[in-house]
Ligand binder design. Structure first.
Ligand code: PGA
Length: 242
């Protein structure tokens, strides 16, 4: 059975003080969480060191939201994979639509980041997904196949997570119908050489739709933005009813 991966993506939210307050509220909810699922928090760089100390020995894995492809160098403002693994980071989100839209991320740079992350022992979470316009034009399938082809060129698929995140569903409350998400995720799986890669759905995942989403056979987890910021709401998501 494929591993289930429930990951919070905090984006640019939470100072260290707010992060520790979150953990105080969140950790007690995890006592009965079944061990068939991996719980990941992808947080701002500045929270990683502190959270790594607080989470030491716990089952929660830490993730970053970006990584540079060089190990070191004159790249002002960037963070490398060995800098992340040194402080206990295990996952990294790569190619999120907000990075593609606002920071010039392309399939090619996502590919470089994935390879550098894997080389350092990090598990990349590659995000793919279409805009509303692309969906309306019937381009969803070809767009995603292209993102996967370029993003995964030469990538080791034994150490990888993919997130299908339709852009029109992110932060809008307009969740993709779970059967449609299941269909697209099935298409994504058909493009992979390793059918064991966990594939998440992301885009307005909430406590009241997680059970239905996780009931879909192709969906192996969720990448959760807004609803991962409150302890009780993210706890309900990771403790989804199977
Ligand atoms: P959302 O964000 O859950 O707030 O829609 C998802 C994401 O951007 O990963």
């Amino acid at each position: 059975m494929r591993k289930k991966v429930l990951a919070g993506n905090w984006k640019m939210y939470k100072t260290q003080a707010e992060a520790s307050e979150f953990l105080e509220g969140f950790l007690p909810h995890l006592e009965d969480t079944p061990d068939d699922r991996e719980v990941v928090l992808c947080v701002p760089f500045t929270d990683l060191g502190l959270m790594s100390k607080i989470l030491h020995g716990s089952a929660i894995r830490l993730g970053a939201q970006n990584v540079h492809w060089e190990t070191a160098g004159a790249y002002t403002g960037e963070i490398s994979a060995p800098m992340l693994t040194e402080i206990g980071v295990r996952y990294v989100v790569i190619g999120h639509s907000e990075r593609r839209q606002y920071f010039g991320e392309t399939d090619e740079t996502a590919n470089l980041r994935i390879k550098a992350a894997q080389k350092a022992g990090l598990i990349p979470i590659l995000c793919v997904g279409e805009t509303k316009e692309q969906r309306d034009l019937g381009e969803t399938e070809s767009l995603i196949v292209g993102q996967l082809k370029e993003g995964l060129a030469g990538v080791d698929q034994s150490n990888l997570v993919i997130a299908y995140e339709p852009i029109w569903a992110i932060g809008t409350g307009d969740t993709c119908d779970s059967k449609e998400a299941n269909r697209v995720i099935g298409l994504i799986r058909s493009q992979l050489s390793n059918s064991g890669v966990p594939i998440q759905y992301g885009g307005s995942v909430k406590p009241d739709n997680i059970d239905e989403i996780m009931a879909q056979p192709e969906i192996d987890g969720a990448l959760v933005g807004g609803a991962s910021l409150q302890p009780a709401s993210f706890a309900r998501i990771v403790n989804y009813q199977a």
